[in-house]
Design a protein around this ligand. Structure first.
Ligand SMILES: Cc1cc2nc3c(=O)[nH]c(=O)nc-3n(C[C@H](O)[C@H](O)[C@H](O)COP(=O)(O)OP(=O)(O)OC[C@H]3O[C@@H](n4cnc5c(N)ncnc54)[C@H](O)[C@@H]3O)c2cc1C
Length: 406
């Protein structure tokens, strides 16, 4: 049986493990976190058309729908004018034929549960070294004993460890999109129910949305910055200070949201950056999901990309007797989809975080218009104002009938 080591147990990792196991491979998943992330932790993510199709093929559609965040309305605030309410489902319909918003932790839990019975999961460890001799890969771990695998796949996110080990330092293919994002938990002090609030300004966007399962809410900040910030990624207090400096003097709900910043235990801050590699395997080591082609956190539909590409990778591996031929076929299958989706992040940044007063006006008025038009025209305006055609739907999923088992 072909032994496949997968680094990362979030979205791409468990989807890949599930399908590989089904096709007769022997997957092992190693995850750096000591346990599965809390199912209600993290941020809200979107599953669009083909990713919903993958969930359906995994028999998870009912569970995915049941776990929806329930956000129905996006309320956009405008200085000196009444706020505008937009129907979230109608907005999403302009991007994809199907859409569900779900907390990332809940999705991970569903994907893990679907695969955990017959896949080996190792938590609290990380790959320390990889040695691909052309016939297999010798792997050492930070904690566990060395092992040999036929293939190693990095599904370990934007700052992938496998990518660093096999493709070199990330600076050479991390493309900064000119902004940052921060997210953390706050009490639902506004009593939000099925409603996300956003406040756009020049170069800045603040939002808050409820997490109905916990009774709490999240604060979300996006802002533009020509040059990347310099900070210690382990120093959360320093990062909180950077956020405070960036939004100093801001009105609306910002002072109140900041009053919960000190106590936030799940504070997250990162640059909005893409991975721009053009090849996703070297010998017997390959990348999938954010590790290979993050379109930019919060602006690019990375979760759908991760689910879809993991499905394709497993299917292509199962279609070839030679695993390296399977990896090549995987690259060919996902290339156009990945490149199309690379355009989404910059467009979305432009729409969400405009750089001028006119840009803010356009964003607000596009929303206003979308809300008032009949559905067909709404879809058109959504696509026009975001500047990309249905990139997330631009892949036809094969119904893989593996010719090779394991
Ligand atoms: C704040 C925020 C908001 C977002 N909003 C959206 C959204 O609205 N819509 C959307 O579609 N996407 C959104 N995204 C992006 C989305 O979360 C990712 O695209 C998606 O989770 C990618 O899945 P993945 O499995 O490829 O990687 P990740 O989800 O990043 O998972 C990587 C996994 O690898 C593990 N790992 C890391 N290093 C190691 C190591 N050394 N060894 C072993 N394991 C390791 C991590 O712990 C993690 O479990 C958002 C991201 C962020 C940060």
């Amino acid at each position: 049986m072909t032994k496949v080591l997968i680094s990362g147990a979030s979205v791409a990792g468990p989807v890949l493990a599930y399908w590989l196991k089904r096709y007769g491979f022997e997957p092992t998943v190693v995850e750096r976190a000591p346990a599965l992330r809390h199912s209600l932790g993290g941020h809200a993510i979107d599953l669009f058309g083909p990713a919903m199709e993958v969930a359906e093929r995994m028999g998870l559609l009912t569970e995915v729908y049941a776990a929806r965040t329930g956000t129905k309305t996006m309320t956009m605030y405008r200085p000196g004018r009444p706020p505008i309410d937009a129907d979230v489902d109608r907005l999403a319909a302009g991007i994809s034929s199907r859409h569900v918003e779900i907390m990332r932790g809940e999705l991970t839990k569903l994907l893990y549960d679907a695969s955990a019975d017959d896949v080996e999961y190792i938590f609290g460890d990380s790959i320390a070294s990889l040695d691909d001799d052309g016939e297999g890969v010798d792997v050492t771990f930070e904690q566990g004993e060395p092992r040999r695998f036929d293939l190693v796949i990095g599904a370990d996110g934007l700052h992938s460890n496998v990518r660093r080990l096999a493709f070199g330092p990330e600076a050479s293919y991390l493309k900064y999109l000119g902004g940052y994002l921060a997210v953390y938990t706050v009490p639902n002090y506004l009593g939000l129910d099925g409603q996300m609030l956003v406040h756009p300004a020049i170069g800045k966007l603040v939002g808050t949305y409820p997490v109905h399962q916990t009774g709490q809410a999240r604060a979300l900040f996006l802002w533009r910055r020509p040059e990347p910030l310099s900070y210690d990624y382990r120093d959360v207090d320093q990062q909180k200070d950077l956020l405070r400096q960036e939004f100093a003097g801001s009105g609306w709900e910002v002072p109140k949201l900041f009053s919960y910043l000190d106590e936030a235990e799940d504070f997250y801050l990162d640059s909005i950056s893409q991975i721009t590699l053009d090849h996703w395997h070297r010998g017997r080591v390959a990348l999938v999901g954010d590790a290979g082609y993050s379109p930019g956190p919060a602006v690019g539909g990375g979760t759908s990309l991760a689910m879809v590409t993991a499905y394709v990778l497993a299917g292509e591996l199962a279609s070839y007797a030679d695993p390296v031929a399977g990896l090549r076929a995987y690259e060919d299958q996902v290339r156009d989809f990945v490149l199309e989706n690379r355009k989404v992040g910059p467009s979305m940044m432009k729409a969400l975080v405009p750089t001028s007063k006119a840009g803010v006006w356009l964003t607000v008025h596009a929303l206003h218009l979308i809300n008032k038009l009949p559905t067909g025209l709404q879809n058109l305006v959504t696509r026009q104002s975001l500047g990309f055609a249905k990139a997330l739907d631009s892949i036809e999923l094969k119904d893989y009938q593996p010719s090779k088992v394991g």
